[in-house]
Design a protein around this ligand. Structure first.
Ligand SMILES: [Zn+2]
Ligand SMILES: [Zn+2]
Ligand SMILES: [Zn+2]
Length: 112
């Protein structure tokens, strides 16, 4: 697995662009990457993790929701799980619009 050196955090994925869009999610608003607790690496989506990581995907346990877990691909700041779930689809730092659809499958990432 090779990490993408354009970002300040460990990030991997399939066809990542400058703002963390990937081969699976590439609309204007798909500008976040999520850190996976199983490997402490950010991926644009779970499908990237499945394609690249050679282990099962783990979800964030509820008692770790205050740790940095979401990267904004536009300003490259990180949000905790709680901050992301509360941000109303907008980066609290730069105002980038996040895809509200991501939240509909957030149970894949976060133990809700
Ligand atoms: Zn992993
Ligand atoms: Zn992907
Ligand atoms: Zn941002």
């Amino acid at each position: 697995m090779s990490l993408d050196d354009r970002f300040a955090v460990p990030l991997a994925g399939v066809d990542i662009d400058e703002q963390t869009r990937c081969a699976h999610y590439s609309t204007d608003r798909d500008v976040i990457a999520i850190r996976f607790p199983c490997c402490d690496t950010y991926y644009p989506c779970y499908q990237c993790h499945e394609a690249i990581a050679e282990h099962p995907t783990e979800q964030w346990p509820r008692d770790r929701f205050d740790e940095p877990a979401v990267l904004c691909g536009r300003c490259r700041s990180t949000l905790s799980v709680t901050a992301y779930l509360d941000c109303e689809h907008e980066c609290p730092n730069c105002g980038a619009a996040f895809n509200p659809g991501c939240l509909t499958h957030s149970a894949r990432y976060f133990d809700g």
